[in-house]
Design a protein around this ligand. Structure first.
Ligand code: MN
Length: 191
């Protein structure tokens, strides 16, 4: 995707409300690409009989993967649920596990769900106007518990890489589901 020469300065726009950029295209994740990541796969199949909702889309606005550079961009995570589980991103470990990431919430509300390879878990609310630091070694997934799109800016070491493997098969230890109209953290029965 190298839109610019290495070591060259550049501008890139993005809107602080919507997260959208005029200069780039988003990568889109539809329910059909994520149906097995939600706990209630039957509920996912039921939705897919009628439609294939866009769960989230994101911009990669930084440089290609190179040590010393920074990746950054915005993610727009839409509101919705699958069998009571809120719409969420796939989530990942960094391939270079010892790399952190910062997320700034531009709009909306939700959770950052994190866990390390030892199985320690932490869930942090995402609050508009707050930056959240995702420490090294922690897999991270964002969950939209609100009624509006959850819009975030992120940045991390450009060559950190994304490891989806373990999460795609079993999921996270914790899930965020709606109970009595409110988001609650519950253990994932698959673990
Ligand atoms: Mn990351």
């Amino acid at each position: 995707m190298n839109r610019f020469d290495w070591d060259h300065t550049f501008y890139v726009d993005f809107d602080l409300e919507s997260g959208f950029s005029k200069k780039a295209e988003t990568t889109k994740r539809y329910l059909s690409q994520m149906k097995n990541m939600f706990y209630d796969t039957e509920a996912a199949e039921k939705i897919l009989e009628k439609e294939d909702p866009l769960i989230y889309e994101f911009y990669e606005l930084g440089y290609d993967e190179r040590e010393g550079d920074l990746a950054f961009g915005t993610t727009i995570l839409y509101p919705g649920q699958v069998g009571g589980e809120y719409f969420m991103t796939k989530g990942h470990f960094h391939t270079i596990l010892e790399t952190a990431e910062v997320y700034y919430t531009l709009n909306g509300e939700g959770y950052m769900v994190m866990e390390n390879p030892e199985g320690d878990t932490v869930e942090m609310p995402l609050v508009k106007g707050q930056a959240l630091y995702v420490p090294r070694r922690y897999a991270h997934r964002t969950v939209n518990t609100g009624k509006d799109p959850l819009v975030m800016f992120f940045s991390f070491q450009a060559n950190a890489g994304h490891d989806y493997g373990t999460i795609e098969t079993k999921g996270y230890h914790k899930m965020i589901v709606e109970r009595d109209g409110r988001p609650v953290v519950v253990p994932n029965p698959k673990w």
